[in-house]
Design a protein around this ligand. Structure first.
Ligand code: HEC
Ligand code: HEC
Length: 234
């Protein structure tokens, strides 16, 4: 082999190694999410962590705080919760508040995300989330069933895999804010097509849909039939 070819081959190998070494932020989030999903979650440890690091904002029972713009977490899907904690940790979702939370040593690793998500996904959902001003309008119901239910489920409890969130038992103000933020691209790990799709709704559509969702009552899924990781048993 000529020297020039040796150099070429080494350059290719080195180049390949450099590309492999440079993990993109979204790939890192995917890898850490998968690691958390494959771990053995401990809901009891999750309950303790929640009491120490989260309850002051999200409430003792994870019902959130509508006035402060803090979302309800109780009853949310396991995989979705894990992924959002990974998103905050990897700067793939903006929130100065939550970035501060996941920088704490006890909340930094995938095992703690799995523990917290296991505890929260098994907890009873907020019974009376903040509702919107739009009682009686059918606009929100129509939009939801035509445009959103294919992903979020007809009862809005999210998809079976768990990465599409439940939109039940969530505060009206938070739902409005997140629809706007998803459309504005502040959640970087979200498909561009979903972002563009959400941009097609005006303020009135967003308010009506959030209002409809905030008024859904009763359990979407029988929580006694959930596995440790929040997945429903058939
Ligand atoms: C200082 C207040 C504060 C503390 C402490 C806090 N959070 Fe949050 N959390 C927030 C706020 C505010 C948001 C909304 C961020 C946004 O606008 O996207 C949020 C959002 C979230 C979300 C996204 C929910 C969704 O539906 O997408 C998750 C998950 C979450 N927090 C989990 C936790 C966990 C677990 C802890 C404890 C380890 C915790 N938070 C501690 C204030 C807090
Ligand atoms: C193509 C599938 C898809 C469609 C259609 C869709 N969504 Fe979503 N939605 C998602 C996914 C996936 C997420 C989670 C994004 C992430 O990981 O940050 C999400 C997140 C959300 C959130 C944030 C929830 C939270 O707890 O922070 C809201 C609110 C929401 N969607 C409302 C809607 C509404 C209202 C519609 C219909 C107008 C809709 N979505 C249509 C897939 C979809």
């Amino acid at each position: 082999m000529k020297w020039s070819s040796v150099l070429l081959v080494s350059a290719m190998l080195l180049g390949g190694a450099a590309v492999q070494g440079e993990e993109k932020p979204d790939e890192r989030v995917d890898r850490l999410t998968q690691r958390a999903l494959l771990s053995d979650p401990h809901p009891v440890r999750g309950r303790r962590l929640f009491g120490e690091h989260c309850a002051q904002c999200h409430g003792a029972k994870g019902f959130g705080d509508a006035e402060q713009g803090v979302p309800a977490l109780a009853g949310q899907r396991f995989a979705y919760l894990v992924r959002q904690l990974a998103n905050f940790a990897g700067d793939e979702r903006d929130s100065a508040t939550m970035h501060g939370v996941v920088r704490q040593p006890a909340i930094r690793g995938p095992q703690s995300w799995a523990d917290l998500a296991a505890f929260l996904s098994q907890s009873a959902a907020a019974p009376r989330p903040q509702v919107g001003p739009d009682r009686g309008s059918n606009l929100g119901r129509g939009i939801f069933h035509e445009q959103c239910a294919s992903c979020h489920g007809a009862d809005a409890s999210g998809d079976a895999e768990g990465f599409v969130p439940s939109l039940r038992h969530q505060h009206y103000g938070y739902l409005v804010k997140q629809m706007n933020k998803l459309a504005a691209g502040y959640r970087h790990n979200v498909d561009e097509s979903l972002m563009l799709f959400l941009r097609s709704f005006d303020d009135n559509d967003i308010s009506a849909t959030a209002d409809y969702l905030s008024r859904l009552q009763g359990p979407g899924t029988d929580r006694s039939k959930l596995l440790n990781n929040g997945v429903a048993v058939d």
